[in-house]
Write a protein that binds this ligand. Structure first.
Ligand SMILES: Cc1cc2nc3c(=O)[nH]c(=O)nc-3n(C[C@H](O)[C@H](O)[C@H](O)COP(=O)(O)O)c2cc1C
Length: 189
């Protein structure tokens, strides 16, 4: 039996009722049978500080770095804050980017975003792509998933997605992600 592809999920929002976390969970549930998602907890990471790093990388950073390095791929669901990345998510990426093994290099990555606004976080996705480009990550180009007006598309209590089109977009992206991960593997040899 082929082992499951090990996908780690990062949510750019920490709040319990996060729409992006709901979208990430839906993506996990929509993955083809050979893929398995584990959403990582990065709450409480210290702010990146070169002096702190010089004294020793915090254990929480090392654990996340190792987990991402081991994973077959990374799925990021993030809100847009002030037309760009949430500071916490950028801080997490900045920490990981300082690791000598470069865990994001040649790592397949897929991105989605949800917002109560109409554009669904379109702008954060392009900023995040730019950041991941610098890290040599292999970011899935398409299909893109922008979940606009997302507050009306997830049940507030259960977190279930009530919008059929959103379900279909996310399923299609996860299918493409599976193919992308296989393609990147072939390229890496
Ligand atoms: C600091 C801050 C800045 C925000 N800026 C934007 C923005 O630029 N574009 C947007 O669509 N929504 C913006 N929002 C609204 C978020 O999309 C909304 O709060 C969303 O629900 C956050 O994602 P979450 O539900 O996963 O926590 C902002 C929210 C906060 C807290």
């Amino acid at each position: 039996m082929t082992p499951a592809l090990d996908i780690v999920g990062l949510c750019g929002s920490l709040r319990a009722a996060s729409l992006n976390r709901k979208a990430l969970n839906l993506a996990g549930a929509s993955m083809p049978a050979g893929m398995q998602l584990e959403v990582l907890d990065w709450r409480g990471l210290p702010l990146f500080d070169g002096d702190v790093m010089a004294q020793g990388v915090p254990a929480a950073v090392t654990a996340l770095t190792e987990r991402i390095r081991r994973a077959d791929a990374v799925l990021i669901a993030t809100p847009e804050y002030n037309f760009s990345l949430p500071g916490g998510l950028k801080n997490l990426i900045d920490w990981i980017s300082r690791d000598a093994t470069q865990p994001f290099a040649l790592k397949p990555v897929a991105i989605l975003s949800a917002s109560p606004g109409p554009l669904g976080g379109a702008r954060v996705q392009y900023d995040l792509r730019r950041v991941m480009l610098f890290l040599n990550a292999m970011v899935l180009a398409k299909p893109e998933v922008f979940i606009g007006s997302a507050a009306g598309k997830f049940d507030a209590a259960s977190g279930e997605c009530t919008d059929e089109a959103t379900r279909k977009f996310i399923s299609a992206q996860m299918l493409a992600f599976e193919g992308w991960i296989a393609g990147v593997r072939r390229l890496r040899g």
